[in-house]
Design a protein around this ligand. Structure first.
Ligand SMILES: [Zn+2]
Length: 251
């Protein structure tokens, strides 16, 4: 929850459920819950969500309408999307991958007039070894965006391993220790020099996203947030996961 006026996220609770911004002292109201459900119903939906069941199955098992279930799931994903992780420290793997479009379709170039194509959807990700993964949907391979995100996500002085793409130039100048991984070489002299952790996450992400079939373009980032969350919480038990989401909902 942040102030609509100055987007500061610190507030005092004031009368009748209002919130008072600590910074600019304006009063605002938290947005109403997206859907009216009892505590028990929320818990049921969260449980089936954690178990990765489809909307149809959740409806069937809970007796809640499809509309409400979809609203509730979307709300959970939005909360996951707005989660902020601590800044990464230590050894970080960095990579970017293309989502949702086949890279080359040579046979089409000849038969079709070039249509105005939508911009590429690129997932930029970073994985802190022994810790979490972060990923964000960006529009295209853009050096400046990548640098900006890295500055925001990773503490200066950290060691960054990236692939040798031209999109990761000179990270030393912005305060990182930078090593490039040469992916097509079979022998690694330095055993630590790899981005296998992140490659593992890409594999996981792509399997999950493609198993969902088509996702509306504007919702991809919400699903991305969901799978980042699932990946980061994969070692937790089902019970712990449910508990974490319930806590998130109460915020
Ligand atoms: Zn404010």
């Amino acid at each position: 929850m942040s102030c609509p006026n100055c987007s500061c996220d610190k507030y005092w609770k004031v009368r009748r459920g209002g919130l008072l911004c600590v910074k600019c002292r304006s009063e605002y109201r938290p947005p109403p819950p997206p859907v009216r459900l009892s505590k028990y119903q929320w818990r049921t939906i969260v449980k089936w969500f954690v178990l990765e069941q489809s909307v149809s199955i959740i409806c069937e098992q809970s007796g809640i309408s499809r509309y409400k279930v979809m609203k509730a799931l979307q709300h959970i994903r939005k909360l996951m999307h707005s989660l902020t992780l601590d800044v990464f420290q230590g050894v970080v793997e960095v990579d970017a991958t293309l989502y949702g479009r086949v890279k080359t379709r040579p046979f089409r170039n000849h038969t079709h007039i070039k249509k105005k194509r939508k911009s590429d959807q690129v997932v930029f990700g970073a994985l802190c070894r022994g810790s979490f993964v972060r990923a964000k949907l960006v529009s295209g391979y853009d050096v400046e965006t990548f640098r900006y995100l890295l500055k925001e996500w990773v503490a200066p002085g950290s060691k960054i391993y990236s692939s040798s793409f031209k999109y990761f130039p000179d990270l030393k100048s912005i305060g990182f220790v930078h090593r490039t991984v040469k992916l097509n070489k079979g022998i690694h002299l330095d055993e630590d020099c790899h981005i296998n952790g992140l490659k593992g996450f890409w594999g996981y992400l792509k399997t999950k996203l493609s198993s969902r079939g088509g996702i509306r373009r504007e919702r991809v980032s919400l699903y991305l947030a969901e799978y980042v969350w699932r990946y980061n919480n994969r070692d937790k038990s089902t019970k712990e996961k449910i508990h974490t989401i319930i806590k998130l909902l109460k915020k």
